[in-house]
Each structure stands twice: as structure tokens, then as C-alpha cells.
Design a protein. Structure first.
Length: 387
């Protein structure tokens, strides 16, 4: 009988340090500056989630600014539209993804071409032919360039009444079109092959390669992984990922980890990720987006940090605890506060709606914590109001 493989014991403090190091939140300028830093950050993280809410700066800009102190919004446009080192597609949500990883998304695009898309089943072939004809003839366009649609009823709250918009979205999911530029939330669509200048498209990844991609992406950006963290909102991938993990454990490329407080939930890490420095808590202060990779997997965040984030934008006002768009505050390796902020662009002010102390914020240390957080708030305000 083969000998059972021992699990490596890990405290929550150690686990937090591994995750923060993997997320590059333990150093001030991990990716450098300029447009190349934006591409490097997206490549390391694997994806950066896009969201429409702009009560403060939208999440994709916020996530990048957190890791690139001198980040400029134009850097993201440079990477997407000029350098073409990133592109948009669906991960667990619409996200910026490294262009070098595009082949891992081609199978999903092919599947949508073959089977359609559950959200866009009402798209008529004539509407799809119309938008593709316009783009082939006139070049890249936005939905505002199409003004002859006969409006239809919405199928759900976030749907468009323009048939052409639905057709553009379907062509995007099938990989015929890509988003070649984004201004705010206005998307410019172009033929994917024309945008990337392909003579022939990349070869789609095999199922085996796709599983390895998901696992390696999580190991790089999370340090310490579970099946849930690797396959976030992607349960069908779990069986193949588990088989791959077991094979790597047998080859001693991965180590099983017994994480404090995790119960029966299994975790794994590369051996080198478990080499934790004996330095104390990191000194940096980060005001995080609720869509930041450190926060978006709520159960994981609560397990590691003891902080249960509530996204209350869609919660009735009288039932909110932290506020409409509360942002967790990371100081060192603890989440100590949640700040409900709003950018008043007309008056050019960052408004603090509510300050909530949470988690590991001892009362005796709050005065000094508040001073440090307020310093970061001033920097955050400058970012919010920069053109």
C-alpha cells in the first residue's frame, strides 16, 4: 500500500502572506510603471474583472492602480488597442485577459458558434449578418454608429433594446468579433482576425492544456489553492483539475496543505510557495475594489482574513451594514476597515459616506491605523479625480 502523503500544516497568518505575495500586494511597485506594467499585471493575475459601476473609478482601473501606484487609464487603452497585449473575454465575469492566453478561450468561442449562447438565444440571423456586413465594409464600430434599429422589449434588466447590440455581443462571444477599444463602457468592435492581424488564428488549446492553464493561473496568482478557488463559478472543470492536482502531488510538484480553520476543504501549493519569510506583517495600505481578486471569492477571503465582505449595491438601504459600495482596507496582512466611498466628480471631491472598523482592528491601534488609511485616501482621491 502506498504511503500516505503528509499535509503541510499552515496557519492563517502564513496563508495570508502566501496569498498577498502571489497577488503582488506585499511590495509597492511590483510591476514597475507605464503601459508595460499594465500588461505585466494582467499577465501575472491572469485576468482583471471589468464592471460597470462607477460610483468610484471602475473596478478594472482600480485593481490595476492598487498594484501600479502611477497607473494611468491610458495605459490600459495602450495595452488593449495599440500593443494588443490584452483582450476582453469571459472568465467568471467579463475581464481583461492576456493576449498570449487567447488560445485557451478559443474552445469556448467555438462552442458558442456551434451551440449559441444562453443569454443571446433571441438574436436573429439577419441582425447578425447586418452587423458583420457593416464591420467588414466600414471597419470597427460602436453600437452608437448603428442608428436604424427597430427597438424591442428587454428580455431582462441588463439587456439592450437594440437588436444590433445583442448581435454584436453574440459575435463577440463566438470570437468573430473582439473589443478593440473601450471608452468608459462604450465598446468598439472589430473583426478579431483583423484586430490581431492574423494570417491564421492560434491553435485552440486541448482539454488537457486548458486544465493545466486553469491550475497554473491559480497557483501563480493565489499561491495557495483549493478546487473552489481554481474553478471559481466553473464547477464542471473540477473533476479534471482534481486529477491533474493528484498527478502533480504524486510527482511532488504540489504539496497538500492543512490550512488552519479550513476543515475538510483541501488546499495545495507549490513547495517553493511555502517558503515563508520570517518578516512580520507587511506595512503597505491598500484600499481594495470589491472586485479585486483578493475579495471577489467571498468565502476564501473570509477563511483567510476573518472578514466577510458584503456587496450591498443591490441591498435595500435600510439593510446595509457597510454601505452602497464599501471598499475593504488592507493594512499589512489584515483587513481592518470597510469604507463606503463616492466620487463627486462635479465638486471634485472623494466623499467618505461611512467608515466601519472590521476584523483585526484592535481599539488601541485604531488612531494610528486611521492616520495611515487617511494618507492612502488622499492618494486614492488624486487617482479618482485625475483626468
Amino acid at each position: 500500500m502506498p504511503r500516505a502523503i503528509q499535509s503541510h500544516p499552515l496557519t492563517k497568518t502564513e496563508a495570508r502572506q502566501i496569498w498577498l505575495r502571489a497577488q503582488r500586494l506585499d511590495s509597492s511597485t511590483p510591476f514597475g510603471d507605464g503601459p508595460q506594467a499594465t500588461a505585466a499585471a494582467v499577465e501575472h493575475l491572469g485576468y482583471v474583472q471589468i464592471d460597470t459601476i462607477n460610483v468610484i473609478e471602475r473596478s478594472h482601473h482600480h485593481i490595476l492602480w492598487t498594484r501600479i501606484p502611477n497607473y494611468q487609464r491610458a495605459d490600459l487603452r495602450q495595452a488593449q488597442s495599440v500593443d494588443k497585449t490584452i483582450f476582453e473575454y469571459w472568465t467568471h465575469a467579463l475581464s481583461y485577459v492576456p493576449a498570449r492566453d487567447l488560445r485557451f478561450f478559443l474552445p469556448a468561442m467555438r462552442r458558442h458558434r456551434r451551440e449559441g449562447h444562453k443569454w443571446l438565444s433571441s438574436v436573429k440571423p439577419a441582425d447578425l449578418r447586418k452587423v458583420l456586413r457593416l464591420i467588414r465594409r466600414d471597419g470597427a464600430l460602436t453600437i452608437r454608429d448603428i442608428d436604424d434599429d427597430v427597438l424591442v422589449d428587454k428580455e431582462h434588466l441588463w439587456a439592450s433594446r437594440k437588436p444590433s447590440k445583442r448581435a454584436l455581443q453574440l459575435a463577440f462571444y463566438t470570437g468573430v468579433l473582439t473589443i478593440s477599444e473601450r471608452n468608459g463602457m462604450l465598446k468598439t468592435y472589430d473583426l478579431m482576425a483583423r484586430h490581431f492581424g492574423w494570417e491564421r488564428p492560434p491553435k485552440p488549446a486541448s482539454a488537457k492544456e486548458a486544465s493545466a492553464y486553469l491550475l497554473d493561473r491559480a497557483l501563480r496568482s493565489q499561491g495557495l489553492v483549493s478546487l473552489d478557488s481554481i474553478c471559481h463559478l466553473d464547477a464542471p472543470s473540477k473533476p479534471s483539475i482534481r486529477r491533474l492536482i493528484e498527478a502533480r502531488v504524486r510527482r511532488k510538484e504540489l504539496v497538500p496543505v492543512a490550512l488552519e480553520g479550513a476543515g475538510k476543504q483541501e488546499h495545495w501549493a507549490r513547495p517553493e510557495a511555502l517558503e515563508i519569510s520570517d518578516g512580520g506583517a507587511f506595512e503597505l495600505v491598500h484600499i481594495l475594489s470589491p472586485f479585486d481578486p483578493l475579495i471577489i471569492q467571498r468565502k476564501r477571503t473570509e477563511l483567510f482574513f476573518g472578514y466577510g465582505h458584503r456587496f450591498e449595491a443591490y441591498v435595500p438601504k435600510e439593510k446595509r451594514l457597510f454601505g452602497y459600495f464599501a471598499l475593504p482596507v488592507l493594512v499589512g496582512d489584515d483587513i481592518v476597515a470597510a469604507l463606503d466611498l463616492k466620487t463627486d466628480r462635479k465638486s471634485r471631491k472623494l466623499l467618505l459616506q461611512k467608515w466601519s472598523w472590521v476584523g483585526a482592528a484592535p481599539r488601541g491601534a485604531r488612531k494610528e491605523l486611521k492616520r495611515r488609511i487617511e494618507e492612502e485616501l488622499h492618494r486614492f482621491e488624486r487617482f479618482q479625480l485625475a483626468e
